[in-house]
Design a protein around this ligand. Structure first.
Ligand code: MN
Length: 231
């Protein structure tokens, strides 16, 4: 193809045991999917239906990176998340069939400009400035679904400078992974390359320049992130 300028590189994530990368198509994020996190945000979790926001694939950052403290915020938060990588096609898929389209799983961080998210929320405006910005979607290498096994009571932990800030279990998820895939597929044609950030446990909080973040989920490759000076 003949482009007017060099197009950006395709965002992609490494996979344990593979030399080829997993190319990222879309990034769906689930809101308030742990009861204790909904509570710390000032809400009772909604049991009627999950809700979503989207991050641009260009927001992707590989684990191990040092990223700049982002512009426009004074309250930059970590949100450790269990991420599902889609490897098949799904449209209006039943919950019973939903696991069949999963490629694998990874540790992710949904980095958030909390002050901008709250300002938007108060005015009933979209969350984009708070959620969808450069370097806001951190991903560790994926582990194939078969190597991970069943989603059960694996621990999900986030440490800042060695101190545990978030610590829950995957069975604390309000909306399970098959429920999320089935529900999302009523609104989108899910396809290989889609990522679903499944929501963050309680304990979100601010990070500052110089902080080192370490995320772990039992059975997955760990995640690290270092905060640099302001952009
Ligand atoms: Mn989140």
């Amino acid at each position: 193809m003949n482009f007017l300028f060099e197009p950006p590189a395709i965002p992609a994530v490494p996979v344990r045991g593979e030399t080829a990368l997993f190319p990222v198509n879309r990034i769906f994020c689930v809101g308030r999917n742990y009861e204790a996190h909904a509570a710390e945000m000032g809400f009772k979790a909604d049991r009627e239906a999950p809700f979503y926001f989207i991050k641009s694939p260009s927001a992707l950052v590989e684990s191990g990176a040092t990223i700049a403290y982002p512009p426009g915020t004074e309250n930059y938060h970590h949100e450790m998340e269990f991420v599902v990588a889609i490897g098949g096609h799904a449209f209006r898929i039943a919950q019973e069939d939903a696991m069949s389209v999963i490629y694998g799983y990874g540790c992710g961080l949904d980095m958030t400009r909390r002050d901008l998210q709250f300002a938007a929320r108060e005015k009933g405006r979209p969350w984009d400035l708070g959620k969808d910005f450069e370097q806001s979607a951190v991903m560790a290498p994926l582990t194939k679904a078969a190597d991970f096994g069943a989603i059960a009571s694996q621990r999900i932990v986030l440490k800042v400078n060695g101190q545990v800030k978030q610590d829950q279990k995957l069975d604390d998820l309000i909306w399970s992974v098959p429920e999320l895939i089935s529900h999302l597929s009523r609104f989108y044609h899910l396809q290989p390359g889609d990522l679903i950030y499944t929501g963050t446990p309680a304990g979100v909080g601010p990070v500052v320049a110089g902080d080192r973040l370490e995320g772990e989920i039992d059975g997955l490759a760990p995640l690290t992130l270092t905060l640099g000076a302001a952009a």
